[in-house]
Unconditional design. Structure first.
Length: 112
């Protein structure tokens, strides 16, 4: 938080002290003469069509996503205790990784 306030102070200080240099309208003329941005409809249409085609091919090759239905059926037939244990283990693992990353970052900031 203190770092954020320092950056805001520094940005404000640099903006306040930046002298204006009169360029007799040069910047405005350059901006006015820049080419207009072209709308690239053709590129976006090709990307959209290729994405839809790839999705259709994947759906067809995977036998109509039958493997997803089988996975859901397998998950539904598991005992609830097993699912809870797996969820607790995953939560503990992710929490440990996040705590380790936070500790590492805090340690690195205190050293530097």
């Amino acid at each position: 938080m203190d770092e954020h306030l320092q950056e805001d102070w520094l940005d404000a200080r640099l903006r306040d002290e930046a002298p204006y240099i009169d360029d007799a309208g040069f910047t405005a003329r350059v901006i006015q003469n820049l080419p207009t941005r072209r709308f690239r409809f053709f590129r976006e249409a090709i990307l959209l069509c290729m994405t839809l085609l790839a999705s259709a091919v994947t759906y067809t090759v995977s036998d109509g996503a039958h493997f997803l239905v089988a996975a859901v059926n397998r998950l539904a037939s598991m005992p609830l205790l097993f699912i809870c244990l797996v969820a607790i283990c995953c939560t503990t693992l992710i929490t440990a990784i996040a705590a380790g990353a936070a500790f590492s970052k805090a340690r690195g900031e205190s050293l530097g």
